[in-house]
Design a protein around this ligand. Sequence first.
Ligand code: AMP
Ligand code: GLY
Length: 426
Amino acid sequence: MNVLVIGNGGREHAILLALRKSKRVERLYCMKGNAGTAQIAENVDVDYMNTDAVKEFALAHPEIDYYVVAPDDPLALGLVDVLESIGKRCFGPRKDAAIIEASKAFSKELMKKYKIPTAKSETFDSYDKALEYVRRQGAPIVLKADGLALGKGVLVCETLREAEEGLKEIMLDKAFGAAGNKIVIEEKMQGLKYDPGEEVSVLSFTDGKTIVPMITSCDHKRAFDGDKGLNTGGMGTFSPCPFWTEELQKEVLEKIMIPTMNAMNAEGRTFKGCLYFGLMRTKDGMKVVEYNSRFGDPETQVVLPMLKTDLLDIFEAVTDGRLSDINIEWESGACVCVVLASGGYPVSYRKGMEIKIGDTGDCTLVHAGTAIKDGKLVTSGGRVMGVVAKGSDVEQARKKAYAAVQNIHWDGIQYRKDIGIKYREG
Ligand code: AMP
Ligand code: GLY
């Protein structure tokens, strides 16, 4: 089969690397891709946010059998619906299901209605009413722009002043554009052992009838060591999550994952694809922080390398509604991804820096913001690449990844030194 993956980042490169291992894959394509995807796939220069252009491309290329829509924006736009309307087979939810990520107001309402554990919240479209509510609740309090905001539309406010400023930023100044027309205001959850509370990402495959959790992982959203600095797209990940247990998995499946799948069915919005559960372990059990309608980035970089089962087999089983027939298996051991970014990320940074790579052992370099310019590998984005290492445990994988990082250079390279350390005490 010939498979095309839509997206430009590390997640897409990681999906392509996993698909390349499939015996049934003949040719791989990536729209638009980066310098890393170009090594294993043919990059296609079409703007995937232009659904007419994608449709035209798909009609002109009947040799492509299967499409994987990986990023949130084209999913929210309904790119899967468009491709299916011309008879193409896809991995990814339709627009009516992708709303579980695209609107936090929708997902909070869904959880309320179906009693899925999450932080208590209220949604507002009036600034005045929101302000009144914030003043009544006091701090700490969490503000969330309703729509998609590159993972940056959430403000955890420790003081009332911060909350008042944040509210103005989101609803009046429109710091996140139309995503801030509505706002979700919720209580700050307390972790069972840590503050900020301990978080785990559980990605799952679901065809709307069966839901299968993948191995767990932990993200590092803040820019600097010790979870300091601004939120980013993710500065590194490791798998598995140290505090995960069989009991937690059972609790999450029974109280969160299966009820979410059923809730989406009951709403007439059957979700097929990768449903991502961002969870927090609290004193009152596991709770949902957020849903994503897609593979996480950089979670995918540490989850898919541990997959033993053929990824294309799983994708097709999801599309065809026969996921229950597939036995999904994972390697034991651990995997770590250290993200290397451009200096100044996530605020402002330079592009076009030449990347020099020495000995990286058996680590995998998963590209995100890279390009080839005048025959040289250069940076072309904020998050440039992830160094992915496997080991018998997180500590061993972490040492391997950081040893490789020492041999990668460009002007202004920036990365966290503490990926793989948190939650060590369980
Ligand atoms: P989200 O984009 O919804 O995942 O939120 C971004 C980050 O903000 C999360 O990963 C948490 O670290 C934090 N966060 C979001 N909601 C809450 C909450 N209700 N209580 C505490 N922290 C939160
Ligand atoms: N790593 C978090 C996300 O993909 O949204």
